[in-house]
Design a binder for this molecule. Structure first.
Ligand code: R5P
Length: 271
C-alpha cells in the first residue's frame, strides 16, 4: 500500500490497539433531521474528543465541525435517495475525489446494495471510487445494507456483500453484526467495522453487540444512534471505547457507564 493510503488508514484505525471507535453522524443524507441529530454540531461537539474517526457528509462537515479538529474524517460520498422512496438502493456518487482531498478526508464511504434493484450500479460506483481512491491515496470504505436492507441481516447475506466489496478493492468494510459473524469476518480479507443500527432497548444490549463483534474479529465500530440517541451519549461512547480499546467486559462497560452518568449528574448539580 502506498504511504498516503497507509497513513490515512493508520489515523482511523489506531496503531496502539489495531482498533477504532468511529462516530457515525451521516444519517441525514437520506433520513433528514434524525432524532437527536437535528443540530449536528450540538450532537457532535461533546462526543468528538472520544471518537477515533467521525463519519459525516461534506455538508455536515462544513457546517457542523470545527476545521481545527484533528479527528480523521470518514466522508460519505454516496446519496441520491431518501426514506420517502420504497427503493433506497438508487444511489450515485455525490462528492468527487478532488473534494474529498480538499476536505482532507481520511477515507471516503459509499453504500452498496447487494440483492437490491440497483445492485449493479452500486457495485460499479464502488469500483469507480476504488479506482479514484487508488490514484489519490484515499482509502475507500464500503457500507453494506442500510435502511430497509436491514431485513437481510444474516451471515450468509452479509458475508456475500462484504466479500464483494473486498474483491472490488476497498480498504475497510462497514457492516452489521449478526449471528455467526465469524463467517462474515473469515470471508472478508480486509478489516471490518460494525454499525449499530436503530437504538437498542438497553445499554447492556449495545455493549453486548460491541463486545461480540470485537470478539468475533471486527476491528471496531462506526456507530451512531446507540450513542447519540442515548440520554448519556458521552458515557456511552466512553464505555464503548473501553470495550474496543481495553477489552473491557460487558459488565465492566456497564459499571463504567453508571460511574460516568453519576459523575456527570454530580458535576451538573454542582454548577
Ligand atoms: C447509515 O445511515 C449510515 O451508514 C450510518 O452511519 C450507519 O448506519 C451507522 O449508524 P448507526 O449506528 O446509527 O446505525
Amino acid at each position: 500500500m502506498d504511504w498516503g493510503m497507509t497513513n490515512r488508514l493508520s489515523r482511523m484505525i489506531k496503531q496502539s490497539t489495531g482498533r477504532s471507535v468511529m462516530l457515525a453522524c451521516d444519517h441525514g443524507y437520506f433520513m433528514g433531521p434524525t432524532s437527536r441529530l437535528e443540530n449536528p454540531r450540538k450532537t457532535i461537539e461533546p462526543l468528538l474528543p472520544y471518537a477515533d474517526t467521525l463519519s459525516v457528509t461534506r455538508g455536515v462537515l462544513r457546517n457542523g465541525v470545527d476545521p481545527g479538529t484533528d479527528v480523521p474524517i470518514l466522508l460519505r460520498v454516496s446519496g441520491g435517495a431518501s426514506i420517502l422512496k420504497e427503493d433506497l438502493s438508487d444511489e450515485s456518487i455525490t462528492t468527487s475525489m478532488a473534494e474529498a482531498v480538499r476536505l482532507n478526508a481520511a477515507a471516503v464511504a459509499l453504500s452498496i446494495f447487494v440483492g437490491s434493484p440497483h445492485e449493479k450500479e452500486s457495485l460499479i460506483n464502488l469500483s469507480r471510487l476504488v479506482n479514484e481512491g487508488q490514484e489519490a491515496g484515499m482509502p475507500v470504505v464500503a457500507i453494506t445494507a442500510v435502511g430497509k436492507e436491514l431485513e437481510k441481516r444474516d451471515a450468509k447475506y452479509l458475508a456475500l456483500a462484504c466479500r464483494l466489496a473486498a474483491e472490488i478493492g476497498v480498504q475497510v468494510v462497514k457492516t452489521y453484526y449478526c449471528e455467526d459473524f465469524g463467517r462474515v469476518v473469515n470471508g472478508t480479507p480486509v478489516p471490518l467495522v460494525v454499525a449499530g443500527g436503530p437504538k437498542l432497548e438497553t445499554e447492556e444490549d449495545v455493549f453486548n453487540l460491541v463486545h461480540s463483534a470485537i470478539a468475533d474479529g471486527a476491528v471496531g465500530v462506526d456507530m451512531g444512534r446507540n450513542i447519540w440517541q442515548n440520554d448519556h451519549p458521552v458515557a456511552m461512547i466512553k464505555s464503548i471505547r473501553a470495550i474496543v480499546h481495553e477489552n473491557a467486559t460487558v459488565k465492566e462497560a456497564l459499571q463504567l457507564f453508571s460511574e460516568e452518568c453519576r459523575q456527570r449528574l454530580k458535576s451538573s448539580a454542582e454548577i
